[in-house]
Design a binder for this molecule. Structure first.
Ligand code: SF4
Length: 353
């Protein structure tokens, strides 16, 4: 099914964007309207607890001149009630450049906050929980890349945006799951090479490799602890138990899982696919909050929801967002010299259109 998945991906690439780069408009909405967005996930009895936090956060955002960037994997009560800009890693990186507010709160994981700080260094970027990391980011260090460069002299290094600023600083380009194919093609052409170190996500590199057979991608052994848990049998069971279901998989999944899917793409690609194809029944093989957040815009579509939660994303809560804005603690700082090199790798990626 992979060929069909790739063909579908290319078709969807021209579809109008849905989730990414959306001004979620939470700041202007009264509480009942915000509750309507999350009523499928939060009972009326639970809502007053959330509502107190939501009101406090909306007030603090005005007082601090702050915006909240929310990743697609955030819990629905954050994504739909307090986030001002939502999207995947690429969309949030692009939007971070344009933020005019004084303060950015990252409702995501640490590398995303670092990326926002790299791209808009004069802003205060707050992480509500500094422990919100990422198994991919933790899988590789700057020293690992320096060793790889000794082993593969002259081979350009493309790193996934899910890495620390220290790793980005050792890289030539960054990429996201949404633009990885485009970036490696660009780098191969620009550098006149047919070998690229693509780090650290082994499965993303293997899935991209299928689309660029003319380039040899040398991978690392990093994995996303959420996506690596899916198996091909899971997909077959989903098809048996939910006849007609359309299966969309994230390319951080093992290639055998992607091969079972109808379509493979980033979280933004998946959201666009749902919006443009409007399948009657769909399953998103990714972090399970994603389905909750996409479903808000598509009440007529049945979402099958196998649940693999990212423990790092779950560390962000309404309570610690409020606390970050109250105390202004948890500001992300990056050594300026390192930041300059890391920023260059991210900006080279963003410049590729
Ligand atoms: S879902 Fe995977 S890649 Fe994303 S933050 Fe969690 S561990 Fe990292």
């Amino acid at each position: 099914m992979l060929d069909a998945a790739i063909a579908a991906r290319e078709e969807a690439a021209i579809a109008p964007p849905d989730l990414p780069r959306r001004d979620s408009g939470t700041a202007g909405l009264p509480l009942p309207d915000l509750y309507a967005r999350v009523a499928r996930h939060i009972t009326p009895a639970e809502w007053p607890l959330h509502a107190r936090e939501v009101e406090a956060i909306q007030r603090l955002k005005r007082e601090r001149n702050a915006v909240i960037l929310g990743h697609n994997y955030q819990a629905p009560e954050i994504f739909n009630t307090v986030a001002d800009i939502v999207g995947d890693s690429l969309a949030l990186a692009r939007e971070a450049v344009n933020v005019e507010a004084d303060v950015i709160v990252m409702a995501g994981v640490h590398f995303m906050a670092e990326t926002a700080k790299l791209l808009n260094p004069s802003k205060t970027v707050l992480m509500p929980d500094m422990g919100a990391g990422c198994s991919l980011a933790d899988s590789i260090t700057g020293a690992d890349i320096r060793l790889l460069r000794q082993h593969y002299p002259g081979v350009p290094v493309v790193t996934y945006v899910n890495t620390s600023a220290e790793v980005k600083a050792e890289s030539d380009y960054c990429c996201t799951s949404g633009n990885a194919v485009k970036v490696v093609r660009h780098v191969a052409k620009e550098w006149g090479v047919n070998r690229i170190l693509m780090l650290p996500d082994e499965y993303l590199a293997q899935n991209v490799q299928k689309q660029v057979p003319e380039i040899e991608l040398i991978a690392w052994k990093g994995h996303c602890e959420v996506h690596e848990r899916f198996t091909p049998q899971d997909i077959r069971d989903l098809r048996d138990n939910h006849p007609g279901v359309v299966v969309l998989a994230h390319p951080e999944c093992p290639p055998e899982v992607v091969a079972e899917a109808d379509y493979a793409g980033s979280t933004a690609d998946m959201a666009n696919y749902v919006g443009s194809h409007k399948p009657g029944r769909v399953v998103l093989i990714t972090e399970c909050s994603m389905a909750d957040n996409v479903a808000v815009n598509h009440p007529d579509i049945e979402f099958v929801r196998p649940c693999n939660l990212c423990p790092h994303m779950r560390r962000i809560t309404l309570a610690n967002i409020r606390r970050a804005l109250e105390t202004m603690q948890g500001a992300v700082e990056i050594d300026p010299a390192l930041a300059e090199r890391a920023r260059a790798a991210v900006e080279r990626m963003i410049a590729i259109r």
